[in-house]
Design a binder for this molecule. Structure first.
Ligand SMILES: [Zn+2]
Length: 245
């Protein structure tokens, strides 16, 4: 094979890898496909466990209601905090940590990562991680992208700052104005199976005003249903997710 032919062959061989690199963020946005193709990213864990996760907090108006309810039920969860909101309410962040919940980050600001370049993505992650670490004394290791959409730059930045992205397997559509505790419970539990990860929101900072009340109202019923189906509910750290590699 001549040198130029070799070069051409190598270039052609690289095409599928390039296509895959660009497709990866798109694939990760489609739930059912993602859950099968990327169990670690989608938050699949051990079959007798359900991971309970909250995004968009902390919010001094709403988060304390969730903390009280979870304390009453002796359930711990994972809270994916926005760095900008954590910076505004450091006492509340410490309260979440002191109650034994796990803290991950949801970025500094709630903006789609596909609209950001590599430098801005890295800065956003590092700032959120450092802010939470300064407040709690623990460096977070989990990351959930706003809108659940990762970009290639986000995968690279997350690895550089030591964050593992985790999405979810079911949500409650609790961010809409028409959501009710009944609709949130129904939506979450219709997709719920062992090893799944539930996404709810403990803040309405990106949702319809007061939308968090539907999540709060649904939570006792969701925990009851998990118990009836024999699932233990806890944070992602107890979820037995596959380790890297
Ligand atoms: Zn969010």
């Amino acid at each position: 094979m001549t040198a130029s032919r070799l070069l051409r062959t190598a270039a052609l061989a690289a095409v599928p890898a390039l296509v895959a690199a660009h497709a990866a963020p798109v694939v990760s946005t489609f739930g059912p496909l993602r859950n099968r193709a990327m169990p670690r990213l989608s938050g699949r864990g051990r079959p007798d466990h359900i991971a309970l996760t909250f995004d968009d907090g902390p919010d001094p108006l709403s988060t304390p209601h969730f903390l009280r309810l979870l304390a009453g039920r002796q359930v711990r969860a994972t809270f994916f905090l926005l760095g900008s909101e954590a910076h505004r309410s450091p006492g509340l962040v410490r309260e979440i940590a002191a109650a034994g919940h796990e803290i991950g980050i949801h970025g500094w600001r709630h903006r789609p990562l596909l609209l950001r370049g590599p430098r801005a993505t890295y800065d956003d992650f590092a700032r959120a991680r450092d802010t939470v670490a300064d407040i709690t004394g623990h460096r977070p290791t989990l990351f959930r992208p706003p809108y659940g959409v990762m970009s290639t730059a986000a995968h690279v930045a997350a690895r550089r700052v030591g964050l593992t992205p985790v999405l979810w397997t079911c949500w409650g559509e609790d961010w809409t104005a028409r959501a009710t505790p009944e609709s949130v419970h129904r939506t979450v539990t219709s997709d719920l199976d062992g090893g799944g990860t539930i996404l709810l929101h403990d803040s309405d900072c990106t949702s319809a005003p007061g939308a968090w009340r539907s999540a709060l109202g649904a939570l006792p019923r969701i925990l009851d249903t998990c118990g009836q189906r024999g699932y233990e509910v806890g944070p992602l750290r107890d979820h037995g997710r596959p380790q890297p590699g």
